[in-house]
Design a protein around this ligand. Structure first.
Ligand SMILES: Nc1ncnc2c1ncn2[C@@H]1O[C@H](COP(=O)(O)OP(=O)(O)OP(=O)(O)O)[C@@H](O)[C@H]1O
Length: 254
């Protein structure tokens, strides 16, 4: 469903991701773990075409998206929902309008149909009846749930989550995990979840991929990761990670 082939990403000559090869299968939930700054969010942004790789290919289903013009990318993105780390709701719009935003922009749905979809999706995230509220009246966890409702409004085949439970208390974080699992089960979506939270990764993921200093050093099912013999994986999952040493950057400017 998502296929990254020999992907490299540099920012200002600094290597952030190095030779990433990754397949996300249809219907699976892949968690991406790794230390802060290791390149997880960059990987997610490459998957939805918000960033272009310096080299390599990014395939979404049967389309290579890395060089697509924005107009074609928009069509691909209609099949992808993204839940951003800081919810990224429009503060000046009601909850209902936030969830409806993409539907109004990209479909010819009647306002009744849009209303119906908004209610359905709010029900899925257990926030029925919150349509008229404004984002600044909501807690962080509620905003994340609204952001999820907005991401799934189109019933996309792919949902990407960037740190969906960061900044939430453990109970709300568990609730978000439950919604991620529920969304996968109800809509059959393919999900990629960037997270720092190992408990969450173990709970929601079919497979876990670990990024270390811009490299994909492990990808396996939950048991495989729990039993990994790789010291870097063991240190990370047991919370004893050492500061990473960045690779020596070499950019050939010839
Ligand atoms: N647009 C950008 N321009 C320049 N550098 C960037 C840009 N985006 C990310 N970086 C750098 O790339 C590196 C990886 O960032 P990224 O956000 O992917 O890491 P992360 O693993 O998601 O970190 P965190 O867990 O803290 O969110 C960081 O050193 C960051 O400063």
């Amino acid at each position: 469903m998502i296929h990254l082939k020999n992907v490299n990403k540099e920012f200002n000559g600094r290597i952030i991701l190095h030779n990433i090869n990754l397949n996300v299968e249809k219907g699976e939930t892949l968690a991406i773990i790794g230390a802060s700054g290791s390149g997880k969010s960059t990987l997610l942004r490459l998957m939805i075409g918000l960033l272009q790789p310096t080299s390599g290919e990014v395939w979404i289903k049967d389309t290579e998206i890395s060089q697509l013009p924005e107009i074609d990318l928009d069509k691909i993105r209609l099949n992808m929902g993204m839940v951003f780390q800081y919810s990224a709701l429009f503060d000046s719009m009601t909850v209902g309008d936030n969830v409806a935003f993409g539907l109004k922009e990209h479909t010819k749905f009647t306002s009744e149909k849009i209303q119906q979809v908004v209610q359905e999706k709010l029900k899925l995230v257990e926030l029925e009846g919150f349509e008229a509220m404004m984002p600044n009246e909501l807690s962080g966890g509620m905003k994340k749930r609204i952001s999820l409702a907005r991401a799934i409004a189109f019933e996309p085949e792919i949902v990407l989550y960037d740190e969906p439970s960061s900044g939430l208390d453990p109970i709300m974080a568990a609730k978000i995990d439950e919604l991620i699992v529920n969304t996968q089960q109800v809509l059959g979506v393919t999900s990629v979840v960037v997270t720092h939270d190992m408990n969450s990764a173990f709970h929601i993921a079919d497979r876990i991929a670990m990024v270390y200093d811009g490299e994909l050093i492990a990808i396996d099912d939950v048991d495989g990761i729990k039993n990994s013999q790789d010291l870097r994986v063991r240190e990370f999952i047991h919370g004893t990670i050492k500061p990473i040493k960045r690779r020596q950057t070499h950019v050939d400017r010839s």
